[in-house]
Design a protein around this ligand. Structure first.
Ligand code: NAD
Length: 248
């Protein structure tokens, strides 16, 4: 079975940059008609234009995953075969000083937002009798912890558990729900940190002794999104150079 999604429709949330824009490109190149969502749709213009110029089918929607009305406006109108719940924020700060608002903000985006999008997408899939694949972008920080990101780790752990619960409930509709847990992936935003002493120390704790590259998420994403993964649901797939099995 090839890792192709030809003829499928796909939605990627938080797609104006970073991994979301990358995932949209991966799905488009694998044959999907891709809809990119972001709070400000104009921020998607360049990515969408680039995909269209390369001969792919792509469009943009305004989508704030924390806003129930915004999610409903997209997902009550359109059905997607594939949904990538990518929008996320990291938040920061030590737990002892963390304002409740900061906790709420991270959970609202990463957990509640992922739930709203998954629920809206699943309702449309169920109503159409089409089934589908939902890929929740969690993190290795949903499976282990680090300091200074308590809300993020809690939110991603909850996304992993939500993924399993949704997979259980929605298998009857032919909907698969899986979690992709990237480890530390090199992006322009984090390049500065990983060049620092602290960043190099972190890399030395990854068994493969290097950061992941965005392209190393392509196969795992397509496995979960495409029919190649037709019997995979409720799974948690870590792509982390062995970081989760680093020695204690
Ligand atoms: P990023 O900050 O570049 O991208 C996150 C995107 O989500 C941004 O485009 C942002 O505008 C969008 N977003 C935030 N709040 C939103 C909302 N309310 N509605 C819609 N969009 C919203 O970060 P990234 O590194 O590309 O991360 C993408 C996903 O991958 C996140 O869920 C993140 O937790 C996860 N992740 C990233 C890494 C990594 O190494 N980059 C590792 C593990 C997990």
């Amino acid at each position: 079975m090839e890792l192709q999604v030809t003829g499928k429709t796909a939605l990627v949330t938080g797609a104006s940059g970073g991994l979301g824009a990358h995932f949209a490109g991966v799905l488009a190149r694998a044959g999907a008609a891709v809809t990119l969502g972001a709070r400000r749709a104009d921020r998607l213009d360049d990515v969408v234009a680039g995909l269209q110029a390369a001969g792919h089918r792509a469009d943009a929607v305004s989508l704030d995953v924390t806003d129930e009305a915004s999610v409903a406006a997209v997902l009550s109108q359109r059905r997607f075969d594939i949904v990538v719940n990518n929008a996320g924020i990291s938040g920061s700060g030590m737990a002892i000083d963390m304002p409740a608002d900061e906790w709420d903000r991270v959970l609202a985006t990463n957990l509640r937002g992922s739930f709203l999008v998954a629920q809206g997408a699943a309702r449309a899939m169920r109503d159409a009798g089409s089934g589908g694949s939902i890929v929740n972008i969690a993190s290795i920080l949903g499976l282990r912890v680090a300091g200074g990101v308590v809300a993020y780790t809690a939110s991603k752990a909850a996304v992993v558990q939500m993924t399993k619960a949704l997979a259980l409930e929605w298998a009857r509709f032919g909907i698969r729900v899986n979690a992709l847990c990237p480890g530390y992936v090199e992006t322009p935003i984090n390049a500065g940190f990983f060049a620092s002493t602290a960043g190099q120390a972190l890399i030395s704790r990854i068994p493969q002794r290097r950061l992941g590259q965005e392209a190393e998420l392509d196969g795992p994403l397509l496995l979960l999104a495409s029919d190649a993964g037709s019997y995979i649901t409720g799974a948690t797939l870590a792509v982390d150079g062995g970081h989760l099995v680093s020695t204690l």
